[in-house]
Each structure stands twice: as structure tokens, then as C-alpha cells.
Design a binder for this molecule. Structure first.
Ligand code: HEM
Length: 136
């Protein structure tokens, strides 16, 4: 089979059994069928993501260069993204991390608001006490 073949995600999804297991990693399609039994991390983890985008699962483990070479040898094609398909996993992960930095910024703004409101309250209390003293 030629490595330049294009698969839609729907086509990859059909290969989700131990006897026929395709994985997507970084938008490339790999036929892992022959490797499932050999995998040092066990067959379960591969079968869990068979037919799916396994980029995150594969990268999270921090696989060695040797693992990447084995992966290269299993290449059968690339993913053909269709309108409405989910974004590639690697990009989705970047979006998640940038949104968490927005959360951190939101927390900063929250702190700023607390300091401002606290300051305003203290100023109000000070004015009130001054007015009370002047009345006496
Ligand atoms: C075809 C795709 C894959 C290949 C070629 C592959 C290859 C390898 C290789 C060669 C190792 C030995 C350690 C190393 O060299 O990094 C390994 C370990 C491991 N792999 Fe994979 N792997 C694949 C997919 C996956 C997936 C999708 C997962 C899902 C989580 C996974 C989880 C693990 C784990 C947990 C280990 C550690 C096992 C241990 O140290 O006890 N692998 N893999």
C-alpha cells in the first residue's frame, strides 16, 4: 500500500480491531496491526485508540526515537480532513493550553478587582470615621 494514500477519519475509524488496527498520529495514518502484539506498553493501550487520533496518547507517553522509527515503518498514508472533522489533536492541545493561560489572566483581573474594591471600602470607612469625629 502506498504511503501517499489519503484516508478520511471515517475510513480510519473502520480499522478499530486487533486484526485491523489503524492509528492517526500527527495527521498521518499508521497500520499497527502487526505491532499490537509487540508493543512494550501492551496491546490494550493501542486497541483503546485504534481507528482514532492517537497523537495525544502517543506523545503523552514520551515515546523514544526508536518508537518513532517503528511508527514510521507502519505508515500507510495521511489524513484527509473533511469539512466538519475535528481539528488535529496537536493543535487542539495548543488551544487548550492557551485557554488555560487566559484563565490565569482572568484570575489576575479578579485579584485586581479585589484590591480595588478593598481600597474603595477602606477609603469609605475612613471618610465615615472622619465625619463621625467631626460631629462630636
Ligand atoms: C503504533 C504506535 C506505537 C508504537 C510504534 C509504540 C512503540 C513503543 C515502544 C517502542 C515502547 C518502548 C519504550 C520506548 O521506546 O519509548 C513503547 C512503550 C510504551 N507505549 Fe507505545 N507505541 C505506540 C503507541 C502507543 C499508544 C497509542 C499508547 C497509549 C497510551 C502507548 C503507550 C505506551 C506505554 C504506556 C509505554 C511504556 C511501557 C513501559 O515502559 O512499561 N503506546 N511504545
Amino acid at each position: 500500500m502506498s504511503a501517499s494514500k489519503e484516508f478520511t477519519l471515517q475510513e480510519v475509524e473502520a480499522h478499530n480491531t486487533k486484526k485491523d488496527a489503524y492509528l492517526v498520529v500527527h495527521d498521518k495514518v499508521y497500520d499497527c496491526t502487526s505491532f499490537v502484539d509487540e508493543h512494550p506498553g501492551g496491546e490494550e493501550v493501542i486497541l483503546d485508540v485504534a481507528g482514532q487520533d492517537a497523537t495525544e496518547a502517543f506523545e503523552d507517553v514520551g515515546h523514544s526515537d526508536e518508537a518513532r522509527e517503528i511508527l514510521d515503518g507502519l505508515l500507510v498514508g495521511t489524513v484527509k480532513r473533511m469539512p466538519g472533522d475535528p481539528e488535529p489533536r496537536a493543535q487542539a492541545a495548543t488551544t487548550t493550553s492557551s485557554s488555560s493561560s487566559t484563565d490565569a489572566a482572568g484570575f489576575g483581573v479578579g485579584l485586581y478587582a479585589v484590591v480595588l474594591i478593598g481600597g474603595a471600602l477602606a477609603y469609605g470607612a475612613y471618610n465615615y470615621l472622619q465625619a463621625q469625629q467631626q460631629q462630636q
